[in-house]
Ligand binder design. Sequence first.
Ligand code: 13P
Length: 338
Amino acid sequence: MKTKELISTAKAMVASDKGLLAMDESNPTCNKRFAKLGIPQNEEAHRAYREMIVTTPGLEESISGAILFDETIRQHLKDGKSFIKALTDKGIIPGIKVDAGAKDLAGHPGEKITEGLDGLRDRLKEYYQMGARFAKWRAVIGIGKDIPSQSCIEANAQALARYAALCQEAGLVPVVEPEVLMEGKHTLEQCFEVTEEVLRTVFNQLYAQRVTLEGMILKPNMVLPGLTCPKQESVDDVADITIECLLRSVPAAVPGIAFLSGGQSGEIASARLNAMNVRFKSQLPWALAFSFARAIQQPALEIWQGKETNVKKAQQALYHRAKCNQAARRGEYDTAME
Ligand code: 13P
């Protein structure tokens, strides 16, 4: 029985006001971000970038776990150490992205279904043997004219729940990520309605697939107005409505909620997480943490530019953003920190 191990890993992932660092961009996503900055797009550049991240001095002060991509988990630092060993030596729990990406959902123009269940049991076994202790699967739900459909929400929720059950069977804590996208002109209220429906459906499916809630982490979006919605609510309003939505839909048995950043800037993501913890931390059943990719990495990537000489400065920027988010977990973040 791996239940005890799952529960203690899940707790450790959100302990000490730390959070997760998502560094699991697929090759196409990573290459797109590199291309924008004129960085070469090849396996060695991916490796060098990830080495810069995991060798950041003091990263473990605010990062409890790091999510790797399949290519990275098989790579090594310049000194020959595997990425898994580099992380575990620092006390950072290694995780792995296991979905195969969001593909067009047949019969549903504009909607996506995340693939990757075929052969997943064997892949999870291998990742566990390599040293990974948690996994991630991302579903994407867009808001637009006539979308999302109920069938898109249900198909994605079922895939998330089947993935989560397989993870727990293998001893890996599932990070369950149903992302309601920011793209569009929808209002804050529309995002609230869709997010609530998505989360309720996801938890219904998690129950149906007999997932142990104490041994998982939820990785949701914050409830936000669409990027092109003319009305953009204040940080406090976003905090209030996000918590209202989560209280309605996330069981108290879940140990932690670790938000994705979804394209928010680093500063605004920290400010919103901070506001939620300032206003509600003492009343919530779950830890409110972070599992950011862009909102932690972006400034460091822009400084790094693919050059060895920029590594130190890039690491300082990464360390800083990770620390800001730890402060946000404590409700102690201030824009003066920037
Ligand atoms: P962002 O924080 O950049 O949204 O990435 C989080 C993530 O892991 C997406 O799956």
